[in-house]
Structure formats: C-alpha cells, structure tokens
Design a protein around this ligand. Structure first.
Ligand code: NI
Length: 172
C-alpha cells in the first residue's frame, strides 16, 4: 500500500487527454490499489489516474469511502454507452480543494469498462454513482467539473481557482 501525492490545480497534467491502458499487468494492479488507498485516505469518493500524475485511462470510485469493499469500482478504459435524464447537484474534486458547486450530470448511465485483470464488463449506475463515474471519466479527457459552470457561478469559480493556483504554487 502506498499513498500517492494528489496533483492540484493548476497542474497541467489535469488537462491532458489520457491514453488507453493496453497492458493489464502487475504495475496496473499496483497503481489501481494505490489509487484506492489514496482516495480513501483523502478522503474522497473517486480518483482518476491523471490526479496522481499518470495519463492513463484508469479511475477508481467508492461511494462508501472504504466502508464497504464491495462498492470499490475500478474502471479501466471506461466508455459511456448510454445516458438518461439530468440532475444538478453539488460536486467537488480532490484536485480542486475548497471549491464545490452545482453541476448537471446524467441521472443514469450505462457504461463499458475493463477491470484490472483485463475482463470487460458493463455497468448501469444512477444518482451519485452515475455522477461520480461521469466526473472521473471527464478527468481522463482533461475536463474538470468547474468547466460546466456558467454565468455568476463561473465567475465565482474563476476567482477561487486563481486563489487555489496561488496556494498550489506557493506550496511547490
Ligand atoms: Ni475530480
């Protein structure tokens, strides 16, 4: 078990488009395990590989934050097949500490992904699980939840992001 440093805004790795995982080896399993530990320690309900500096299409989600091992979801090369409905609710991100805002997301999604063993699976998710999955898949394309904000919310986020960027740079 290892905790990985979480990359914070404005780290440019957060804006990169990640490449598909092609090799399902021990290194991938270790990375996925370390990401789960890092997510739980944060604590958070999701973490994508670029948030730990790895530009691969890998993300982990656990709405139980370590309370229920059965809820840990590891998504390799995830792809949304279908989405239905919209719900707007509050979101945050481990790479954007101190910033939360309301973001519209699909109410339900159906997706296809691989597990760390290279086994393909399909999954249907709704509500918070759908939201968390969409948030993490966005990370794999360099998209952050603040990108969805408009108008005054966008202005507010812009101010908070500037402040966060100053803090991140001062700490590095
Ligand atoms: Ni995030």
């Amino acid at each position: 078990m290892a905790l990985l440093p979480i990359r914070l805004y404005p780290d440019p790795v957060l804006r990169e488009k990640c490449s598909p995982v092609e090799t399902f080896d021990e290194e991938l399993r270790k990375l996925a395990g370390d990401m789960v530990d890092t997510m739980h320690a944060a604590p958070g309900i999701g973490l994508a590989a670029p948030q730990v500096g790895i530009t691969k299409r890998l993300a982990v989600v656990d709405l139980s934050v370590g309370e229920d091992p059965e809820q840990i979801l590891t998504l390799v090369n995830p792809k949304i097949l279908d989405r239905d409905g919209t719900e707007t609710d509050v979101e945050g991100c481990l790479s954007l500490p101190g910033i939360t805002d309301k973001v519209p997301r699909p109410l339900q999604v159906r997706l296809r992904a691989f597990d760390v063993a290279g086994e393909e699976f399909e999954l249907e998710a709704d509500d918070w699980l759908a939201r968390a999955i969409c948030h993490e898949i966005d990370h794999l394309d360099g998209v952050l939840f603040v990108d969805y904000l408009r108008g005054l919310r966008k202005e507010r986020a812009r101010r908070l992001l500037k402040k966060l960027a100053r803090q991140t740079e001062a700490a590095s």
